[in-house]
Structure formats: structure tokens, C-alpha cells
Design a binder for this molecule. Structure first.
Ligand code: FAD
Length: 322
């Protein structure tokens, strides 16, 4: 049976995040030929963002503009989206499993008294039910879930569901809605970013991750260079963060970010179970480690036994040559 599905879009620096396009593709599977409605909360005119959502498959888009939406707070976004849900009565809601998605969706689900399936990596339809697949036990197993009553609410893990082809000939209604905000408890005045600007770790297709083997802050420089030539982002083990070689925002693993890039290059990382929990579902894993017995080689598709400070410059040189 076809369904009306709401997709909550996410923008950063006036650009939609990739996971929004992946969420639209996921919504298409869930809708089974029904209507996919994008919703975008923004602090200024969001028409260009709304058009992009349509080019990637949304049938129509509702823009909610408010000066309080420059920086995300669950208070403001939840109030705005709940008003849209009330107006549209969707049968399903999909959003990316980003930091915002992880924060916002439980609040919405509790207000709507609906279930929530988080961190979905696959969506199937068996002719009767939509089946959501999500990893459990730090990625060691997968469970398949269906929602039998109420709104189907799910967040999807970035880099797992392919977006539809961008088609600029697609068109759809773009409407603007006013939002009535009341009793705002939090107002963010300024955001100070600690990390270098660049590709978002959770959405990066290529990640170069450094561990304690990188040995210092300066030791990360070759990793940044390799990330630059491969168009990727830099991540880290907790060992490297604890040693103050880099900021905790780069940490990957059980208590850090969970990533699934196409290519993960682990440099000077031993492969502790808590680190593997955040990256073992990467599509191709390359490990560079001078210890041939390092655990990381157990899950690596390609292993290079050697000193990372010798290996990385050779890799950069070879990649720049092609
Ligand atoms: P190490 O284990 O010290 O490994 C360094 C590696 O570098 C070694 O294999 C060594 O052979 C290699 N090396 C050294 N020099 C070179 C060189 N010049 N060239 C090449 N290789 C070299 N860890 C995480 O990463 N993420 C988490 O989210 C996380 N959460 C945790 C949660 C809990 C509750 C606990 C208890 C631990 C957690 N940890 C986490 C920590 C985890 O157990 C490990 O301590 C940590 O991952 C080790 O980091 P590492 O691999 O960089 O360091």
C-alpha cells in the first residue's frame, strides 16, 4: 500500500547534507509509490535547497524559515516539524542518522507517541511490510524490524543507501510555512568550531584515520595530505585523541563516530575492538602498521606492514602520479 512519507532535510553552511538525498531515496522505498514530502528548516530563503530535494526525488517540499534556525536546537526544530506533521499526517518520517538526527528524532517520536528505528542501513519491502535492517552489537550482527502500527519513523546511517540520480528536469511544489515558536528554552548565540574545515567525517567516502602510532600532532600532517589528494576526511582512534594528537571530534569507534566510507585507511592503529565498532563496516579497509601481528590486519582487505611515515609519502606520490 502506498504511503505518504516526510523526509526531514538537513543543511549545513547553506548546503544540503548528502544524507538528505539518501533519506529521500529511503523514503521512496518506504512510500511504495506514495508521496514523498521534503521539509527543510532554515534561517533564510531555502528555495535552492528545496529545489535540490526535488531534483533528488522529493515530490514537493515545505520550507520552514525562522531566524532561530541558524543553529540547530531540538527545541526549535521539534516545534517546527511537529506542526508540519500535524498538518500533513504522514504515515512515515525519515531522517539521516546524523548528530542532529540522533538528537531530534527521539524527541519527535516521543511527542508523536510512535516507535523509532534508528541507524537503518537497508530497507526492503516483502509485499506486505516495510522491513528496516540495522546493525546491533557494535556491527557484529544485524536485526530486521517492522513497525506494525503508528507512524513509521526511521533514521538512516549515512553512506549506506544510494541517493537517486540528480534530475534537474524534476519539478514539484515548494511552499513556505510560518512557524509559531513558544517557550524557547535555548538560544545559541555563537558556534566556535574546533576542527579544521573540510569534509564531514560521518559522510566522507574516504577516511584516513590515525592512531597512537602517529606519535604527535605534527605526525597527523601526512594523513591530512593523503586525505587531500584522495578527497577524504581525517579521523582518529581514541588512543590518538587521548594522547592529545587531535581533537575528540575526530574519534571513531564505540564511544566516537560510526563511519562507513568506501575506503578506510587505518594508520598506526592497533585495531582494538572498541575502534572496530566504529569502522568495521567500511567497504574497503586498508591498514598500515609496523607490527605484522596487529589486530587491525584481521579485518583489513589490504595490509601494509611498514612505518607509516615511510608508506604514506609513497602513497601520496603514486596517487599524484595517476
Ligand atoms: P595503540 O593500541 O597503542 O596502537 C598503536 C599502533 O600503532 C600499534 O599497533 C603499533 O604497532 C602501531 N605503530 C606504532 N608506530 C607506528 C609507525 N611508525 N608506523 C605504523 N604503525 C605504527 N578506541 C577507539 O579508537 N575508539 C573508541 O570509540 C573507543 N572507545 C572505548 C570505550 C571504552 C569503554 C574503552 C575501555 C576503550 C575504548 N577505546 C576506544 C580505546 C581502545 O580500547 C584502544 O585503547 C584504542 O583504540 C587504541 O588506540 P590505537 O590503536 O591508536 O593505539
Amino acid at each position: 500500500m502506498s504511503k505518504k512519507v516526510l523526509v526531514i532535510g538537513e543543511a549545513r553552511d547553506n548546503k544540503l547534507r548528502n544524507v538528505t538525498f539518501e533519506a529521500i531515496a529511503a523514503a521512496k522505498s518506504v512510500s511504495q509509490g506514495g508521496e514523498v514530502i521534503g521539509v527543510i528548516c532554515h534561517y533564510q530563503d531555502a528555495t535552492e535547497l528545496a529545489k535540490e530535494m526535488i531534483f533528488y526525488g522529493a515530490d514537493r517540499v515545505q520550507m520552514i524559515e525562522n531566524e532561530n534556525m541558524k543553529t540547530y536546537t531540538s527545541d526549535v526544530f521539534a516545534q517546527a516539524i511537529l506542526q508540519t506533521v500535524e498538518e500533513e499526517s504522514p504515515e512515515a518520517i525519515i531522517m539521516g542518522h546524523s548528530s542532529i538526527g540522533k538528537d531530534l528524532t527521539p524527541k519527535l517520536a516521543s511527542k508523536l507517541d510512535s516507535g523509532l528505528i534508528s541507524d537503518v542501513v537497508e530497507i526492503d519491502y516483502n509485499g506486505e511490510n516495510v522491513i528496516f535492517t540495522r546493525p546491533i552489537y557494535s556491527g557484529k550482527a544485524f536485526e530486521k524490524k517492522i513497525i506494525t502500527n503508528g507512524i513509521m519513523f526511521a533514521t538512516i546511517r549515512p553512506n549506506n543507501i544510494s541517493p537517486l540520480e540528480r534530475d534537474t528536469s524534476r519539478s514539484g511544489e515548494i511552499s513556505k510555512r510560518e512557524v509559531e515558536l513558544s517557550d524557547l528554552r535555548t538560544v545559541i548565540k555563537e558556534v566556535i568550531r574546533k576542527t579544521k574545515e573540510g569534509i564531514d567525517l560521518s559522510e566522507a567516502k574516504v577516511i584516513i584515520a590515525g592512531g597512537r602510532g602517529v606519535k604527535s600532532k605534527e605526525g597527523f600532517e601526512p594523513l591530512y595530505k593523503l586525505a587531500e589528494v584522495l578527497g577524504g576526511a581525517v579521523g582518529a582512534s581514541r588512543g590518538a585523541c587521548d594522547a592529545d594528537y587531535c581533537d575528540y571530534s575526530l574519534q571513531i569507534g564505540q564511544t566516537g563516530k560510526v563511519v562507513t566510507p568506501d575506503l578506510y585507511i587505518a594508520c598506526g592503529i592497533s585495531g582494538a575492538i572498541q575502534h572496530l565498532a566504529g569502522m568495521s563496516n567500511s567497504k574497503v579497509i586498508v591498514a598500515i602498521n609496523k607490527d605484522p601481528e596487529a589486530n587491525i590486519f584481521q579485518i583489513a582487505d589490504y595490509g601494509i606492514v611498514g612505518d607509516l611515515f615511510d608508506v604514506i609519502p609513497i602513497l601520496i606520490e603514486e596517487i599524484e602520479r595517476v
